[in-house]
Unconditional design. Structure first.
Length: 325
């Protein structure tokens, strides 16, 4: 069934007023902080001493019992500017909704979205949908990683097999994962399996191709030196091949994870009975645009968090060299 309208949820008016008050208080405080930060960034100065102080403030040296510890102190300009853009987008959203450029039924206000978000959290549907979507992505993407990377390693080290299978892999990689939806429903029915299958098909072939390209780009001198030192095939794999391809494979994982997250939302709209994609489709059928926008925001936030989690792999000491050129 479609989800109920806002007027039928029986929400407490006192809680709604309190939420609205806190929202505007936070927005006002956030705007003041950003204005102060912007003034600090843009404030001009011609004094050489001030310039030296700002330059020296990036690195503060503290000495403890004869040893020196270097602490990097960076002004978070790269964090302030995105927040300014985000706040600007929210203010534009508030202005358009306040001016009634579009009807409330097709362009919900930020407060309507907040109320819908609170409603979803209270009912537990939002948490259940997030868990269902993350389970499907984790399963499908994990299967693609644990099968695609070994296949890419094998094809990358065998030229004849690579020449034989590369056209077929490129063919399936060029197919849209959504084209498999009819077959997924016929083969696996409705539920988790068709969605996991679609995520696997969307992730497997790009990972295979990325791994093949990474292995093929390893300089041959690395393998010659390893053989001169008497490395076995296992030692060559663990000490030469894997460290050399790690930066490119990590980049491919980030791109493929984003693709898998897009696919799960689209697949749940058609072949699912739970998840964030199904929640958006259900909100559309119930004309609940506030819940629809709420689902879109959650999907975007989770997508960013997944990318940030995979980004931490680039900070591993053994692969950091590939990102410091």
């Amino acid at each position: 069934e479609s989800k109920t309208n806002p007027g039928e949820s029986g929400s407490d008016p006192v809680a709604a007023v309190l939420i609205e008050f806190l929202f505007w208080l936070f927005s006002l405080r956030f705007l003041c902080v950003l204005c102060v930060s912007a003034v600090t960034i843009l404030q001009p100065t011609d004094e050489p001493q001030r310039r030296r102080e700002r330059k020296g403030s990036a690195e503060i040296t503290r000495r403890h019992s004869g040893s020196s510890t270097v602490i990097e102190k960076k002004f978070p300009k790269d964090r302030v500017l995105p927040l300014v853009v985000l706040l600007g987008a929210v203010l534009i959203w508030i202005a358009i909704s306040s001016l009634k450029v579009f009807p409330e039924s097709v362009f919900p206000s930020p407060m309507a979205v907040i109320h819908g978000f609170v409603e979803e959290l209270r009912s537990g549907r939002m948490v259940d949908d997030i868990i269902a979507s993350l389970f499907r992505v984790t399963t499908g993407f994990g299967l693609a990683v644990f099968t695609g990377i070994p296949v890419g390693l094998w094809l990358g080290n065998h030229a004849r097999a690579r020449s034989a299978f590369l056209p077929l892999i490129n063919f399936f990689r060029s197919l849209s994962p959504l084209a498999w939806i009819p077959f997924a429903i016929l083969w696996f029915g409705i539920g988790d399996l068709p969605t996991v299958f679609l995520i696997f098909m969307a992730s497997f072939f790009p990972l295979v191709l990325a791994t093949i390209a990474a292995v093929a780009n390893i300089p041959s001198v690395y393998f010659r030196v390893a053989r001169d030192y008497g490395f076995s095939n296992t030692e060559i794999l663990t000490n030469v091949t894997l460290p050399a391809i790690a930066p490119q494979v990590i980049t491919a994982l980030r791109v493929t994870a984003g693709l898998a997250w897009l696919v799960v939302v689209a697949a749940e709209m058609i072949a699912g009975r739970a998840g964030l994609g199904f929640a958006i489709w259900d909100a559309r059928n119930g004309l609940r645009m506030d819940l629809l926008v709420c689902g879109m925001i959650v999907i975007g936030v989770i997508g960013v968090l997944l990318d940030r989690i995979l980004l931490q792999l680039t900070k591993i000491p053994s692969v950091r060299w590939g990102y410091e050129r």
